[in-house]
Design a protein around this ligand. Structure first.
Ligand SMILES: [Zn+2]
Length: 939
């Protein structure tokens, strides 16, 4: 029956569940030193994909390793319940398209629906996570939507407020007009939100006041032109007034950029040049009549202006760009924002009111054209950010918002980062450090619904009450019932009272990263409960997530830990890259460019998938193309080989163990102990790639060298070989257990007869068994053999035809025991050495009649062996063999050899063919043969 890896692994899975092996492993280590692991809670808005599987595989392998090293590794699942992903699902299910509709329906209704949807995929997740052999406690999982969790978040919020880290401000933020909420920088950078799009761009004329001249400004977002309040120029760039010779119009623009508008110098004439500095305060006439202010419609100086594209004069609208906002603030310009929260023009812009800004571009251009204010219109493709949730084009928007002051803690964040070990290490001084250095203040408010409510209540005169616990809430709230819920829908109705003044909650909810950044203490409901548990588990020894979290979870955890505890949140952090499809693109259902994870697991098993991922460059935080071919290679060359060696051992399980170990035994024991030592070192430094390389090399040595060369000894009942294989397999199963937990379990139980491998202590290598010189020599022997086999291949001489001799040119001195291996592997009668610095081999291919006879005998024996297999015979079955044909002449002197090899009791030549169950005829070289086989009656 064909081997079915899926079935085999499921058997083991069942064994673990019945045996409660995970629970036992925790029980066994509960007195041990803690090895604390924080699990970044996944958001289960869909089924787990390869990225999730990768995360789970690492989060299993490393804790398994430390558990075997006697450490207590608590592993409890968490669910990230809040935020836009679930709101998006809820909107879809409820057929809702906007915030208006949510509010009409009722926030309470909406949140109730979100809550009911949060764990939709929980069962599927649990199934997948279990199947990939990740050991984690689902029963006691924490949820970020629980009151206990949110209360800890509130505690943290209030601490930050008291320490002066939280402030209310106005910020220009990337904003999704469909979701009606701002997005943080990390949300825009995380999932490659930028896409190449074609947009209409326009160069507009601004008439200078009191002059017969026009300033030129260029924009890729014509819809922001009705909000134009200023033109910005760089004080250090040279500008020029030029006259267009075709019609006499005078333009102002950066001198360097004149070439963007005129093909040759003959078409214009420079009237005057001047530095940008001299333009400050110059007035121009507004192109739209919607706004007026005494400070508006003047030239401002700003360093962000460059002479790289456009005209070197930047159209400036304070609400729609960060730089615009800053420079307008500096010059005391008012904030104008004629765009509502859905991205539509308000009444203020009367010609376009109600239009969605991204759709108004062409109309605005036409409008300006009709007034003769457009110089040039062009389609350009450029990178533009999209909402990663709903794929709507984002806009900039000025919004009131709550912030954590990052600038105040930045220096400390950089210092603390020095205490963290990063894997791979370049992230520490690279991406993570840079991320801290460039971090803006953290906008923690969201204008949404399903998230922890911001615990700020305001009075009409602007006094602020920040609430840090449920008890505190009760102390200010009148008539609060037993049942409370720390979400917006419940709290918006809760009016607080202090000194006769009434306080109403601000409408915003918290950024979900504030919640997940609170995970170290909020999972314990600290400081309201479990004080000791939290203190003993902080900081964690280990976290592992994909590279996007350097800007998100890793970063926010550090920020909160630094402000609250002046401490790092984790000591070791492992960061993985992104898994791409085989074609180098993002894995996408619509491209159909990747195999379904569950199919892959069914075909090749979980061990192969785990090994494939843990051994890949994705563990170095690099992008990695997932290829089924690569996975198949692992399945065949690592996992199947391991099972095959184990099956081979099973056949000889009952042999005794007496006897002298030979060179192969000593060699493979040395290799196994080297393996043990290396994997221990690599796993301790979180290097799973090299651990996998070691395992691969070892299983190849064991299977294709040790076992293959020892078959005859096993057949002859050699106890030393059996004892060696048992010891080696036991070591192998233990050190590979964290990476390939299924096959290592199968092997361990088979060779030891004991309970689970995952309850064993990590083995120590026996240094006295490590013989580097021996390992080196054996590897040279393998090289000699492979060279010789390649030569046989080139000359088309099958391995069963014995050759007289091989000449080995090398600087090696090999003992007889190695020479015997070469003889048997290459099938030669003699090995001759010649001194040479470079290794090469030469085969003597002239066959004597005797060698030829042996070759025929071997070929014939192989055919009989194959026939036995077809007949379904087992090793102990004896046969009677009848041979006919020219070949009889050729095998003279090798009849006994054949009998012994094929388990035949007698070789008949001239008898009738009746009574034989099997017959086959053909040719070997040019000799005819005919084989008849009959199974002997049981003795
Ligand atoms: Zn959106």
């Amino acid at each position: 029956m064909a081997f079915n890896v899926d079935e085999k692994e499921r058997e083991i899975l069942e064994f673990w569940e019945k045996d409660k092996t995970f629970e036992k492993s925790l029980k066994k280590t509960e007195k041990g030193k803690k090895y604390v692991f924080y699990d970044g809670p996944p958001f289960a808005s869909g089924l787990p994909h390869y990225g999730h599987i990768l995360a789970s595989v690492i989060k299993d392998a490393i804790p398994r390793f430390w558990t075997m090293n006697g450490r207590y590794v608590r592993r409890v699942w968490g669910w990230d319940c809040h935020g836009l992903p679930i709101e998006t699902i809820a909107e879809k299910d409820l057929g809702i398209n906007s915030k208006d509709e949510i509010e009409r329906k009722g926030v309470s209704e909406f949140n109730k629906f979100c809550r009911s949807k949060v764990l939709t995929y929980a069962a599927e997740w649990e199934k997948t996570v279990k199947r990939i052999a990740r050991w984690v406690d689902f029963k006691n999982s924490y949820k970020t939507m629980d009151n206990s969790y949110i209360e800890s978040v509130w505690w943290a919020f209030k601490k930050l407020y008291e320490k002066g880290f939280i402030y209310e401000g106005e910020r220009i933020l990337m904003y999704c007009p469909r979701c009606s909420t701002p997005l943080s920088k990390s949300e825009i950078a995380m999932d490659n939100s930028y896409r190449n799009v074609k947009d209409i761009t326009v160069t507009v004329k601004f008439k200078l006041k009191g002059k017969d001249a026009y300033a030129l400004a260029w924009t890729t977002t014509p819809w922001t032109l009705p909000s134009n309040l200023a033109l910005s120029v760089n004080p250090n760039i040279e500008y020029a007034y030029i006259k267009d010779k075709s019609d006499g119009t005078v333009y102002l623009l950066a001198r360097e950029l004149i070439g963007n508008f005129f093909r040759s110098e003959d078409e214009y004439e420079i009237i005057e040049t001047l530095s940008g500095r001299k333009l400050e305060g110059l007035e121009y006439e507004p192109i739209f009549p919607y706004f007026s202010d005494k400070n508006a419609f003047k030239f401002l100086l700003a360093d962000f202006v460059t002479a790289e594209e456009g005209t070197g004069i930047v159209h400036t609208a304070p609400a729609f760009g960060e730089d615009d906002f800053e420079v307008c603030k500096k010059y005391n310009l008012p904030m104008v924002q004629p765009v509502d929260e859905k991205g539509r023009f308000t009444e203020e812009v009367k010609d376009f009111s109600g239009e969605f800004v991204h759709e108004a571009n062409e109309k605005i251009v036409d409008f300006l054209k009709s007034k003769g204010l457009v110089v040039k219109v062009r389609q350009v493709s450029h990178e533009y950010p999209f909402c990663y949730r709903c794929e709507t084009k984002l806009i900039y928007k000025a919004l009131p918002a709550w912030f954590v002051n990052i600038q105040k803690i930045k220096k400390r964040l950089l210092e603390l980062n020095k205490k963290i070990n990063w894997y791979p290490s370049f992230l520490k001084e690279g991406r993570f450090k840079k991320n801290i250095e460039l971090a803006p203040d953290w906008n923690i408010s969201r204008n949404r619904y399903w998230a922890a409510a911001i615990p700020i209540w305001k009075s009409e005169d602007g006094e602020i009450l920040v609430i840090g616990s449920i008890n505190e809430l009760r102390s200010y709230a009148k008539n609060l019932g037993e049942e409370i819920d720390l979400h917006k829908d419940f709290l918006d109705k809760v009016i607080l009272e202090k000194d006769g003044k009434k306080f109403k909650r601000v409408p915003e909810v918290l950024d979900c990263w504030f919640e997940s950044g609170s995970m170290p203490f909020a999972q314990y409901h600290y400081p309201f409960e479990n004080k000791k548990e939290f203190e003993e588990s902080f900081p964690a020894q280990y976290v592992a997530e994909y590279i996007g979290q350097t800007r998100a979870w890793f970063y926010y955890m550090l920020v909160l830990s630094a402000i609250l505890f002046d401490e790092i949140p984790f000591e070791n952090v492992q960061t993985t890259g992104t898994i791409l499809a085989d074609d180098g693109r993002k894995m996408s259902k619509s491209f159909g460019n990747f195999p379904d994870p569950s199919d892959v697991i069914k075909k090749y098993g979980v061990d192969a998938l785990r090994f494939y991922l843990l051994g890949s460059p994705v563990m170095n935080a690099e992008n990695f193309r997932f290829s089924e071919k690569g996975l198949i290679e692992i399945y065949r060359k690592v996992i199947l080989l391991a099972y095959n060696v184990n099956n081979f051992y099973s056949e000889y399980k009952n042999l005794g163990e007496e006897g002298e170990k030979n060179v192969l035994d000593r060699w493979i024991l040395s290799r196994a102990n080297t393996l043990t030592k290396n994997i221990g070192d690599f796993m301790r430094s979180y290097d799973t790639i090299r651990s996998c390389t070691e395992i691969w090399k070892f299983i190849d040595d064991l299977s294709t060298w040790y076992v293959r060369n020892s078959r005859e000894r096993f057949n002859n009942g050699d106890g030393a070989a059996k004892a060696t294989l048992r010891q080696v397999l036991e070591l192998f199963s233990k050190v590979s257990a964290p990476i390939i937990p299924y096959v290592s379990e199968v092997i361990f139980q088979n060779v030891s007869g004991k309970e689970s491998v995952h309850l064993q202590d990590w083995p120590n290598a026996d240094d006295s068994l490590i013989d580097k010189e021996l390992e080196k020599k054996m590897s040279s022997v393998r090289e000699i053999v492979s060279l010789a086999l390649r030569e046989r291949d080139d000359k088309k001489i099958g391995i069963r035809w014995p050759l007289p001799k091989i000449l080995v040119k090398s600087n090696l001195e090999l003992k007889e025991e190695f020479i015997e291996i070469i003889k048997s592997e290459v099938n030669v009668k003699e090995v001759i050495f010649e001194k040479s610095e470079e290794l090469s081999v030469e085969l003597d291919t002239v066959l004597s009649p005797e060698l030829e006879a042996e070759g025929f005998a071997r070929e014939l024996a192989r055919k009989v062996q194959a026939a036995r297999k077809k007949m379904g015979l087992v090793k102990s079955d004896k046969i009677t063999l009848l041979l006919k044909g020219d070949v009889l002449e050729k095998i003279k002197g090798f009849e006994e050899f054949i009998l012994k090899r094929v388990g035949a009791t007698n070789l008949l030549k001239d008898v009738a063919e009746e009574g034989f169950e099997y017959n086959e005829s053909g040719k070997i070289k040019s000799c005819t043969f005919e084989i008849f086989i009959r199974k002997n009656p049981q003795a």
